[in-house]
Ligand binder design. Structure first.
Ligand SMILES: *Cc1c(COP(=O)(O)O)cnc(C)c1O
Length: 376
């Protein structure tokens, strides 16, 4: 770990800690589950779910992934600028005028309409550069893709447009409920997808469908490649599926400790009032760092191995916790908001659940004000 990052650790009021070993182990878990003949396409959109795409890709490179998945052309360009030479697939639909940028940077677009395939074709001819594309098939997700039940219409039209320099490289679908215990819709979507693939998609086209949850729960549907995201970054892929190794910890330091009298109120709206003399610790983290404000008066943190409740509303920059029962808390102590402290721990899924959201949102909300500290 560089001294620069080490210094960031000591000087920060709050930070995100990332366990490189665990990140790597989670990708290896997926590989073991689906078999080493299946290609891995780690999804690193949204700055690798908020962890920081540069270090995430550096961690995965030695594991030889087939490609990386992003959502936006700019995210793909960012990977190229970081020196990534593997295929980079842009999975969300793009506007026609983004095609030239994509082709210029050697990105692989996912296409959901003949119009966007034609725009890609034009961009490739204008620039005189070869390009490749993956075809998105909508089997029930309803946000993008060609209709699964109209394959006989669009498959020949795509095949017609193909030429040397415009290669149909992949064909995929996306499951909407692979995280649920009952995989009935997964199998229904898979059957629809197979119908399309069997209707005339060339054998050399890379077939893929599984996100983290599907890769773990129905590895027999892994086909040629899988697209794991959340599991790699330490979020559970489904309630009944194996938990990932924890990757992300969120820490903040105690910046002030006060003994307050009964009747003291805390935070905007004075929504919490001490009913007895109390010891309160102020933490250097708030919703401006991405710590969910919805945890006000309901979340907890760990300090010196004990659980301390969040009292009052979380502010933009600070959060107050009641440490009356935790002896010896002092200014400078490190509180754990996600992660472990001794034998106690708070998972990212616990935080997400207590505010009615998913781990994906909690992770991607962590703002740039929090330095990312990589532990090897
Ligand atoms: C984000 C995404 C994934 C990864 O999903 P997880 O649930 O995070 O594993 C896979 N495929 C596509 C098309 C995606 O957009």
């Amino acid at each position: 770990m560089s001294t620069e990052r080490g210094r960031g650790f000591r000087d920060s009021r709050a930070w995100v800690e990332i366990d490189r070993q665990a990140l790597r182990a989670n990708l290896e878990t997926i590989r073991r589950r689906v078999g080493s003949h299946v290609g891995l396409i780690p999804m690193v959109k949204a700055d690798a779910y908020g962890l920081g795409v540069g270090e995430v890709v550096r961690t995965f490179e030695p594991l030889d992934p087939l490609a990386y998945g992003v959502a936006a052309v700019q995210e793909g360009i960012d990977l190229r600028e970081r020196g990534v030479t593997r295929p980079v697939i842009v999975f969300s639909p793009v506007v026609d005028d983004e095609c030239e940028d994509a082709v210029e940077h050697g990105l692989t677009l996912s296409v959901s309409s003949m119009q966007s395939l034609r725009a890609l074709d034009r961009a490739s001819q204008v620039l005189g550069r070869d390009t490749a594309f993956h075809v998105d098939v909508d089997t029930g997700m309803g946000r993008s893709g060609f209709d699964w039940n109209r394959g006989p219409e669009w498959i020949p039209r795509i095949a017609e447009l193909q030429r040397e320099g415009l290669a149909w490289e992949g064909c995929y679908t996306h499951f909407h409920s692979a995280d649920l215990t009952d995989p009935v819709t997964v199998h229904e979507q898979w059957a629809r997808f197979r119908e399309v693939v069997d209707a005339g998609v060339d054998e050399r086209v890379c077939i893929h469908a599984c996100n983290s949850a599907a890769a773990l729960s129905v590895p027999e549907l892994a086909a040629d490649a899988v697209r794991p995201g959340i599991f790699l970054f330490g979020g559970r892929a489904g309630e009944t599926l194996d938990a990932p190794a924890p990757v992300v910890s969120l820490r903040a330091r105690v910046t002030l400790v006060r003994e307050v009298a009964a009747g003291t109120s805390v935070g905007y709206g004075a929504t919490w009032v001490a009913d007895r003399p109390s010891r309160l610790a102020t933490l250097g983290i708030g919703y401006g760092d991405g710590f969910p404000r919805a945890l006000s008066n309901r979340g907890r943190v760990l300090i010196r191995g004990s659980s301390a409740p969040i009292v009052g509303r979380i502010s933009m920059d600070v959060t107050v916790v009641d440490v009356s029962h935790v002896p010896a808390v002092e200014c400078g102590d490190v509180a754990t908001l996600i992660g472990s402290d001794g034998s106690a721990s708070i998972s990212v899924d616990e935080v997400a659940e207590s505010v009615g959201t998913i781990s994906y949102e909690v992770l991607t909300q962590l703002t740039a004000r929090l330095p990312r500290l990589w532990r090897d």
